[in-house]
Design a protein around this ligand. Structure first.
Ligand SMILES: Cc1cc2nc3c(=O)[nH]c(=O)nc-3n(C[C@H](O)[C@H](O)[C@H](O)COP(=O)(O)OP(=O)(O)OC[C@H]3O[C@@H](n4cnc5c(N)ncnc54)[C@H](O)[C@@H]3O)c2cc1C
Length: 319
């Protein structure tokens, strides 16, 4: 972003907050990694619509930041523009079994709200610590369901084209931890189709899911599953079979509770997490011939073999 654009954006709308050298890695659930060269936070739809023509045609790298629960930022930081939705994008509006949700709404909050209102079909999301926008991009899911099972449409801003488009589910190509959204596509609102549920049964299910997570997944600084499960197998099983549970690179360690989780020590380094990801991929390929695909999005790792931010297709490993 040029200094001129930076200065201009500061003045165009009170709901647009522009910062440089903005904390980024520490705002992810790994809580490690560097800053973003620039960050723009938009507080509401009016601010966003004012912002759009100013960013249209932007040529630098763009990264949309949600809750950072599936994101690893290099220690050197991200030399591009981070866009973030403010709290006004966190609203939830129920109308019968249809529910409109802002892109910044936290999945566990939405899951509890709709379940309490007697709606069913979103209980699985109580254990996923992301926001709605990131969940669409990743087609987040669990416990036998996912976003694709409930999504009707998503309002998506093409930051580079400067346009908003309502994208019906069929146009998003949602599949296992996949969508066709690119790094410059910002999800600002969605509509969900839920079912008529039972409040008591729903509350029990939420409790069961939370308990299951506590028993089977580690706490601490992590970003959930690091690798996608290959067809018919589980990444955790393959990592375990390669004898990698407990393997450490500097401040990053393969969880002994769930081998598809990497945990980082407090004050640790993102570059250690990245190096451990590469170690795991190589060891699993050597042991079982399976090339694991990274689920976690990475940003700022310039010469990384793990292609992610800045690329439309995440997760490839380039040898
Ligand atoms: C303890 C733990 C458990 C987890 N369990 C699960 C699980 O069971 N199932 C599962 O699927 N995931 C799980 N995750 C991963 C993560 O929570 C999901 O992928 C979540 O949907 C990411 O949302 P986010 O807002 O944190 O996105 P971020 O991590 O901020 O970003 C992830 C990707 O989405 C993009 N993005 C973010 N916001 C938007 C937006 N508004 N518009 C467009 N793109 C956007 C980012 O640019 C990036 O490419 C887990 C993570 C943790 C830490």
């Amino acid at each position: 972003m040029s200094q001129e654009l930076h200065e201009r954006l500061r003045r165009v709308h009170p709901g647009i907050v522009v910062s440089s050298d903005a904390p980024l890695g520490v705002r992810t659930t790994y809580r490690v990694g560097g800053a973003a060269a620039y960050e723009v936070e938009v507080h509401d739809r009016d601010a966003l619509e004012t912002l759009m023509p100013h960013l249209a045609g932007y040529e630098g790298d763009v990264l949309i930041a949600g809750k950072g629960s599936n994101l690893l930022v290099a220690d050197a930081g991200f030399d591009g523009l981070v866009l973030r939705l403010g709290r006004r994008f966190g609203e939830v509006e129920m109308d019968g079994t249809r529910t409109r949700v802002g892109g910044a709404a936290a999945l566990p909050v939405v899951a509890r709200k709709v379940t309490k209102a007697g709606l069913g079909g979103f209980e699985w999301a109580v254990g996923v610590p992301g926001a709605i926008g990131g969940a669409v991009r990743m087609n987040a899911g669990g416990h036998g369901s996912d976003m694709a099972s409930v999504l009707v449409w998503a309002d998506v801003v093409d930051v580079i084209a400067g346009e908003i488009e309502r994208r019906p589910l069929e146009t998003l190509d949602l599949a296992y931890r996949h969508s066709n959204l690119a790094d410059h596509h910002l999800v600002i609102e969605v509509e969900l189709q839920l079912a008529i549920g039972d409040q008591v049964e729903g509350a029990r299910l939420l409790e069961e899911i939370v308990r299951w997570r506590r028993e089977h997944q580690p706490g601490g600084q992590n970003a959930g599953s690091v690798f996608k499960n290959p067809e018919g197998d589980s990444a955790g099983r393959l990592i375990d079979a390669a004898g990698l549970a407990g393997t450490r690179v500097g401040t990053a360690v393969v969880s002994t509770k769930h081998a598809n989780f990497i945990q980082v020590d407090a004050g640790g380094r993102a570059d250690d997490v990245h190096a451990l990801m590469v170690t795991i991929i190589e060891a699993v390929e050597e042991r079982s011939g399976v090339l694991l695909e990274v689920e976690t999005r990475i940003a700022g790792f310039d010469d990384s073999p793990l292609v992610s931010s800045g690329m439309d297709e995440p997760g490839c490993y380039e040898e």
